[in-house]
Design a protein. Structure first.
Length: 390
């Protein structure tokens, strides 16, 4: 369960009630599903998890744009099931562009079914040769009468082959600089759409390659104006990036709890337990401190956005980079405390070790977050110096 006392200054009363209900839901509805142990099992389970999230109304905070609620749900889900967290997160990531830029008619057609868990979404931006650098995207969308024809291939797409609706970013004008990209909704049953192949991760998670072979969509499926793709994409990430840090906190909390339990119960003779050793205590203390700091950064960023901040780029970058890196260290230290047990394939901490690693990469790597932060810091300092000189 998320440790809310650390971040209570950033939460409302309804957030506390939400967590209480979410903990009960996770333990009664999701924990019995167990942990998927293969890509095929993860794909089957993802659909079941989405249905249960939809039936319980757990996707509504996405539409409400209550980002603190989204963060709390991600933290609660990730603590028990990284796959369930991914299902929730991807539903948010795939539908946020629709919330930001779709017409009323398109939103009314798709959003209710998305929130009920009947339609699974995906966010299709990444390409094989264009990871962090969106300027290298090569998929195209060419005007054709009252619509567009999409061509190209996307890689490392979560929910590939599972999703019913893809948010796709493609080049509409190669010479338009920051306005070279546009954003489209593409239904999985559109002629010319292909699920190419799965890309299997070490932690079970639906991922794969998709392709567009002359895939025609109507103009109404374009989100925003032509050339708004980068704006829509970055706007989505700016809102949701800090919730990745929330998921990291959930995984870190589970790892720390496992380490604490082991430290209290592992006998080392003469009435002594592992937790009596100073080096073990140092790891536990450092982990708890880093986790508290991570939570403060995460919920501060989400609080700023919920209270109406136009942009939280800096706050979100700090939250994601610090929380995901801290979670990796906390999980690794938990394995050290557990010893050989922590390396067993079915141990919760070993599963967390595999799951937490991807958080430092998707939705902008740690290095990209640091570049964002440094860029803002240098620009702000330059303005200050110019003002003082002027």
């Amino acid at each position: 369960m998320p440790e809310l006392s650390t971040v209570r200054a950033f939460l409302e009363e309804h957030h506390h009630r939400l967590v209480e209900r979410a903990v009960e839901f996770v333990h009664h509805d999701l924990r019995p599903l167990g942990e998927a142990d293969s890509d095929d099992a993860a794909r089957r389970q993802a659909r079941e998890v989405l249905a249960r999230l939809g039936d319980g109304g757990w996707l509504q905070p996405i539409a409400d744009r209550d980002l603190r609620a989204c963060g709390l749900l991600r933290e609660t889900l990730a603590e028990v099931s990284p796959l369930a967290d991914a299902v929730f997160a991807l539903q948010a990531l795939g539908s946020m562009p629709l919330l930001l830029a779709a017409s009323d008619s398109v939103r009314e057609t798709w959003l209710p079914r998305i929130l009920r868990g009947e339609v699974m979404t995906a966010f299709a931006m990444t390409e094989e040769e264009a990871g962090s650098d969106v300027a290298r995207l090569t998929s195209t969308a060419v005007r054709d009468g009252d619509g567009y024809v999409l061509s190209g291939e996307k890689s490392f797409i979560s929910n590939a082959g599972l999703a019913d609706l893809y948010t796709v970013f493609a080049v509409t004008d190669p010479e338009a600089g920051k306005r070279r990209l546009s954003c489209f909704l593409v239904s999985a049953d559109t002629a010319g759409f292909e699920f190419v192949a799965p890309q299997v991760l070490s932690a079970p998670h639906p991922l794969g390659r998709i392709a567009f072979h002359g895939c025609r969509v109507g103009r109404e499926m374009r989100l925003g104006a032509e050339g708004d793709g980068l704006k829509v994409g970055l706007g989505t990430l700016d809102r949701l990036r800090a919730t990745v840090g929330a998921a990291a906190c959930g995984m870190a909390q589970r790892a720390l709890d496992e380490a604490l339990d082991h430290a209290l119960t592992r006998s080392v003779g003469d009435g002594t337990v592992l937790g009596d050793y100073q080096l073990i205590r140092e790891k536990l203390a450092r982990s708890a401190t880093e986790l508290a700091a991570a939570r403060l950064l995460v919920y501060r960023a989400l609080w700023e956005r919920d209270l109406g901040a136009e942009r939280t780029t800096v706050e979100a970058a700090m939250a994601k980079s610090f929380a995901t890196e801290a979670a990796q260290r906390i999980v690794d230290d938990a394995i050290q405390v557990l010893g050989g047990r922590g390396c067993l394939a079915q141990h919760p901490v070993d599963r967390l070790y595999r799951a937490v690693r991807a958080l430092r990469i998707y939705e902008g790597t740690t290095e990209i977050q640091h570049l964002i932060l440094a860029g803002h810091l240098l620009a702000a300092r330059r303005r200050r110096l110019d003002e003082e000189a002027g």
